[in-house]
Each structure stands twice: as structure tokens, then as C-alpha cells.
Design a protein around this ligand. Structure first.
Ligand SMILES: [Zn+2]
Length: 243
């Protein structure tokens, strides 16, 4: 049941065709683990919190830096040097008082991921490095919890739902990729556009069906073009081919 307060708060989405109270209750009963409270994590957390996801678990190991603020809209100038997890908690608690927000100021690794994410219905990958994405991937394969992946590379970005064995896994896509220490170029509005779609597809996955399962959405921000490409599992994938 939705409370009177919730009926008012979510009124404009409750009247959406193909949504209604049943979809709202699915969101209320959902737990989402958001890995990273940066450029993608901002729009993802804002829109998931605003939509009424029952429990958001957010993990980030960093503190806010001045150079984050061109894109990381969860945080403001007053939060410089504050853990991003704490800043995210403050911002989102102010936005929606009806939901549970749990934040962790820690790095994600193979030792703590079970404790952080085992209650999640879906993981949202808002990370910026391959090593931690591989931690999410191993956990996702083992526990059959899907990952809504997004990534940004300058003016280009991508989005897909990784739900092995029903779809490719992270390693099927990035087996060759390696991390570098160079700062990556990114405009806040590009992270905002893709992070917003990542939140949208997470809401659709939880209430009905995502449109990016077995499909990679490729976004060219400079040319303002979206392309949807079919993606397949890598039969020789080191992480998921045994499934
Ligand atoms: Zn794979």
C-alpha cells in the first residue's frame, strides 16, 4: 500500500499509462546498489531517489574535489573534502524522506561486495575504472544480480543491461580494456544525459522490462545521435563462458 504522502509525492508518475500503483509498489519494494557517486552516480541517484526506490545503497571511496564539480551534481562547493558518500546521503535525504538511503565510504572489492550488494535487485555501474567493474561482474555472475552498465569516453557514451547468463557480461565487452591514471575528459551534461537514461532503464527493469538487454545504446553527444546495437556473449569469455 502507498501512504497518502506517497500518493501525493508520486502523483504525476502514478497517472502514467502502463505504470500506476503496481509499478510504484515494485519500486517501493526494490533495493538498488549504486556503485559510485560521481558523474553518472549523480543523475542515477537523483532520479532513483525521486522515483521512490525503497532502498538505495550507495558506495563511493572518494572525497569531493573542486575538479569534480563540473559534473558531479550530488555535491556542492561546501562539500569539498567531504566523503562523497556523506554528501550524497545529505542531498538525497533532503530530496526524498520516504525512502531508505544507506551510504558507504569505502572502496568496493571482492571481500566486501557480498555485504554491500547481496540484498540488491540490481546494481547500477557508475564507476570509472575497469578493476572495480570486474568486481561487480564476478559478483553479478555468481549471484545472478544484473548490472546496469554505463560508461563515458569523451563525447561518446554507452549503456547496456548485463544480466548473465541471459546476456553478455562485463568481461564479454571489455576483456581487453585496462585502466589508466590519466584524467578522462568529460562534460557534465554528457554524464547527465547518460546517467539519466541509466536511471530510466533501471526503473523500467524493476517495473517491466529494460530496452537495453542484449542491446548496447551508443550515444554520440557531439553529433547528437543515438544508436542501438545488438550485443552477444563472447563464447570464449574468461568470466562467463562456463555458465
Ligand atoms: Zn562474459
Amino acid at each position: 500500500m502507498l501512504s497518502k504522502q506517497e500518493e501525493s509525492r508520486y502523483q504525476r508518475q502514478l497517472i502514467l499509462p502502463d505504470f500506476g500503483e503496481s509499478a510504484q509498489l515494485k519500486l517501493k519494494n526494490s533495493t538498488v546498489f549504486v556503485a559510485g557517486a560521481g558523474g553518472l552516480g549523480g543523475p542515477v541517484c537523483f532520479y532513483l531517489a525521486a522515483a521512490g526506490i525503497g532502498k538505495l545503497i550507495i558506495c563511493d571511496r572518494d572525497t569531493v574535489d573542486l575538479s569534480n564539480l563540473n559534473r558531479q551534481i550530488l555535491h556542492g562547493t561546501a562539500e569539498i573534502d567531504v566523503p562523497k558518500a556523506d554528501s550524497a546521503n545529505k542531498t538525497l535525504s533532503n530530496l526524498n524522506t520516504e525512502i531508505v538511503i544507506e551510504t558507504h565510504n569505502t572502496s568496493i572489492n571482492d571481500d566486501n561486495i557480498e555485504q554491500l550488494a547481496s540484498m540488491a535487485d540490481i546494481i547500477v555501474d557508475c564507476l570509472d575504472n575497469i578493476a572495480t567493474r570486474n568486481v561487480l561482474n564476478r559478483f553479478s555472475i555468481k549471484n545472478k544480480i544484473p548490472v546496469m552498465h554505463a560508461g563515458i569516453d569523451g563525447w561518446n557514451a554507452q549503456l547496456t543491461l548485463l544480466n548473465p547468463p541471459l546476456t553478455a557480461c562485463m568481461s564479454c565487452l571489455f576483456d581487453e580494456a585496462i585502466d589508466t591514471d590519466e584524467p578522462k575528459p568529460v562534460l557534465g551534461a554528457v554524464a547527465g544525459a547518460v546517467g539519466t537514461l541509466q536511471a530510466l532503464e533501471t526503473i523500467k527493469y524493476l517495473t517491466a522490462k529494460s530496452s537495453v538487454e542484449n542491446t548496447l545504446l551508443f550515444f554520440d553527444a557531439l553529433g547528437l545521435e543515438y544508436h542501438k546495437l545488438p550485443i552477444e556473449k563472447n563464447e570464449n569469455c574468461s568470466a562467463c563462458s562456463h555458465l
